[in-house]
Design a protein around this ligand. Structure first.
Ligand code: FE
Length: 354
């Protein structure tokens, strides 16, 4: 997949790496370090981020640095269980997930090691990493409101819905669609609302959402968007990149994003991120890979693979994502969202969100 590259193109990439790159363009990697040894120990990555979203970057890293990268893919739950069972014998050096809640939980279980690293702390904003530096955000996703542009003009929708709480109002009875409460994305969203409003107010909002459901909660954000397109629901709550991926695959679809709470706390954002495991065997090589993933040039492509926002503010998202417009993000530390996950899960259970 990676193009053949010469010393000249590598030098060019190093020169250009400080600026913005064209997302998705196959440019050679700019390593963060001086020339590494021709053969380094293998870095083993346990990843809950889909393999097809990381395989090209890992292959490129191997080609550029000589360090083999082996990925083991599964959901975060089984991977965390595996890390616990393997203990000091784990082959895993890095753990990648798609939600701060899972990283918070892994760190809480003692599975991730603090990493005092100037490159990572310079490249990744403080609210997108663990305060103890046991994990670092690598891509940012917004959990936002999506609505049918067949049913609503942007002007009308904007006048009726300013934020998440508005979807709890009686005007939306039988029109709202949600994903299952079992999924970590919704637990994180509710955790963010608890941090913002406290439990009693969040409970009111969630109770209103459940009363407004058009149908049973969906098992995926993509199914939810398809239900909006089909007219089964007028509005739903999804991660922005599912719409981005749909537009990348199909062109325009009759769904638009309404960024929530833009005159208040902002839209809930979460991360896909990574941490060094406590029992990493190839610690130095794993840290070099993590540093490389945090650089602006690589960040643009890491995010573009899934229509996300790069965590490194020096990198730009794709044209499709830029087309969603600028928005205010909830500045809460995603670690706090992780910490409140168990409280959120209990609240959702209590109210009967399936
Ligand atoms: Fe996802």
């Amino acid at each position: 997949m990676a193009a053949p590259r010469s010393l000249l193109s590598l030098a060019l990439a190093l020169l250009l790496s400080a600026g913005c790159s064209q997302p998705g363009a196959p440019t050679p990697a700019a390593a963060t370090d001086a020339a590494p040894p021709a053969s380094s120990p293998e870095v083993v990555v346990y990843t809950a981020r889909k393999y097809q979203l990381v395989e090209d970057l890992f292959a490129e890293y191997t080609q550029t640095t000589g360090t083999p990268v082996r990925a083991v893919t599964d959901d975060a739950g089984p991977l965390i269980q595996r890390l616990r069972t393997e203990g000091a014998n784990t082959p895993a050096d890095l753990f990648i997930t798609v939600d701060a809640g899972d990283l918070w939980f892994a760190a809480d279980q003692g599975l991730l090691a603090p990493l005092d690293n100037a490159t990572l702390t310079a490249n990744i904003p403080a609210n997108l990493r663990d305060p103890a530096n046991r994990w670092f955000g690598l891509a940012v996703r917004a959990r936002t409101i999506a609505y049918s542009t067949t049913a609503y003009t942007p002007e009308r929708f904007a006048s009726e819905v300013k934020g998440y709480a508005d979807l709890a109002g009686p005007a939306w009875k039988g029109k709202l669609c949600l994903r299952s409460s079992k999924h970590v994305y919704n637990r994180s969203l509710v955790a963010a609302l608890i941090a913002r409003y406290g439990e009693p107010r969040t409970e009111e909002i969630v109770r209103g959402w459940i009363a407004n459901l058009a149908t049973e909660p969906f098992s995926s954000d993509t199914l939810l968007l398809e239900a909006i397109i089909a007219g089964q629901c007028a509005v739903g709550i999804v991660n922005h990149y599912y719409l981005g991926r749909m537009i990348a695959d199909q062109g325009a679809v009759p769904v638009a994003i309404r960024w929530p709470d833009q005159d208040g706390a902002g839209a809930h954002v979460n991360i896909s991120g990574a941490g060094l495991t406590t029992h990493a065997k190839n610690r130095d090589a794993a840290v070099r890979l993590l540093e490389w993933l945090s650089t602006a040039e690589v960040q643009a492509r890491f995010a573009a693979a899934n229509q996300e926002y790069p965590a490194n503010p020096q990198a730009q998202p794709t044209d499709i994502v830029r087309g969603f417009g600028d928005f205010l993000r909830d500045p809460i530390a995603v670690a706090e969202v992780g910490r409140l996950q168990p409280t959120a899960a209990k609240l959702m259970d209590r109210l009967g969100w399936r």
